[in-house]
Design a protein around this ligand. Structure first.
Ligand code: SAH
Ligand code: SF4
Length: 361
């Protein structure tokens, strides 16, 4: 079990590592060597950093941990969407989803391998349709636990991913500092070297944090989970809307777009007889036009024990056509593998329940 007083070395920024090594009287090139071991060669212990002096390896081991991220389960096959269930050092479970090259997501070219990663254990926001919040919130993930999901999936797969979406379990902007730390590591040349434009953060609408993100220098993409185009409908399924209503949210989005000079995406899950009416589509047109936003329609994935379902295919297409007829850049996800692409949180929930039933020791 990890020593809680120490932090994992993969939570550190380059400058922090530099500072530590300077304090130890080490030459400046050591920091590059260590970053190389961590993010390029990807060793799993200080002992394996063979070009460092033995004494330094031992010293690093007294200062930092090297936490494990254990793969508990992998669902899906090589050519389909694959779900990874991980156990953290403290026993908590999180998940990541690897989406193969074929499904074009978020306007990116279709030859990308996308990984969807988690930022918290559970979620405190309790959206009515979402599996992630069903068992409440346990804790924030640390930066290393966020980065480690990518490393573990790449290692298991023996293949690089080139697109990162923060759309797994949890609300990324509620874990702002750790998420930003992780993003800097993912983005940096000394780290994973993934371009900022290939990193998308999704939020349920934390208006103040959207403004804070706009003030950050990094040019990542932002997706906003709208899922309802009027306060009445949105408040029904997303409790956050009672704290930050649509106008408050959209004005934070205005700020983001103006500061970043960047288009954002509205995610809009289509839920039968809830948010899929022509009136909702018309209201959504107005919001998208105001922000020049793209709209990504996602047919709802059913969650066990929850009453919601996806609209018929005809209804989905109708909703899309209303947006398109008004000139909105909208896409409808027509994914295969509905079962495996089951939305965030479901795999963990299932395994947690099994655990309670003593199926997993
Ligand atoms: N908390 C953030 C990011 C994680 S959720 C957010 O809410 O944006 C990522 C996306 O998956 C969100 O748009 C969320 O609304 C959506 N989602 C959650 N449950 C879903 C389900 N059952 N079917 C389809 N999409 C779902
Ligand atoms: Fe949390 Fe996002 Fe799920 Fe809402 S949709 S409960 S914010 S993970």
């Amino acid at each position: 079990m990890a020593d809680t007083a120490k932090i994992d070395i993969k939570s550190l920024q380059f400058e922090e590592l530099q500072e530590t090594l300077r304090g130890l009287g080490e030459p400046s090139y050591r920091v590059g060597q260590i970053a190389d071991w961590l993010y390029k060669k990807r060793v799993e212990s200080f002992e394996n950093m063979t070009n460092l002096p033995h004494a330094l390896r031992a010293q690093l081991a007294t200062l930092f941990t090297f936490d494990r991220l254990e793969i508990v389960r992998v669902l899906g096959s090589r050519d389909t969407t694959r779900k990874f269930l991980f156990r953290l050092a403290d026993g908590n479970l999180i998940e990541s989803v690897l989406i193969p090259a074929s499904s074009a997501l978020y306007g990116e070219k279709s030859d990308r391998r996308t990984i969807c990663i988690s930022t918290q254990v559970g979620c405190a926001y309790g959206c009515k349709f979402c599996a992630s919040g069903l068992d409440g919130f346990s804790r924030n993930l640390r930066a290393n636990e966020i980065v480690h999901q990518i490393l573990a999936v790449e290692n298991q797969n023996d293949e690089k991913v080139d697109n990162i979406v923060f759309m797994g379990m949890g609300e990324p902007l509620a874990n702002f500092d750790n998420v930003m730390r992780a993003i800097r590591i993912i983005n940096a040349r000394w780290g994973l070297g993934i371009g900022a434009r290939h990193i998308t953060v999704s939020t349920s609408g934390l208006a103040p944090q959207i403004r804070k993100l706009a003030d950050e220098p990094v040019q990542i993409r932002l997706a906003v989970s709208l899922h309802g185009a009027t306060d009445e409908v949105r408040s029904q399924i997303m409790p956050i809307n009672r704290r930050y209503n649509i106008e408050t949210l959209l004005s934070a989005c205005d700020y983001y777009v103006t500061h970043k000079k960047q288009r954002l995406t509205f995610e809009y899950i289509l839920i039968a007889d809830t948010n899929d009416s022509d009136e909702q589509a018309a209201a959504l047109v107005k919001h998208a036009r105001r922000l020049n936003a793209k709209v990504n329609l996602i047919p709802y994935n059913t969650v066990e024990d929850l009453p919601w379902s996806r609209p018929s295919r005809t209804r989905q297409e109708k909703f899309l056509s209303i947006l398109r007829a008004q000139g909105i850049a909208a896409t409808l996800r027509r994914e295969k593998g509905h079962d495996i692409e089951a939305a965030c949180g479901q795999l963990r929930l299932q395994t947690d329940r099994e655990k309670r039933q003593q199926i997993i020791a």
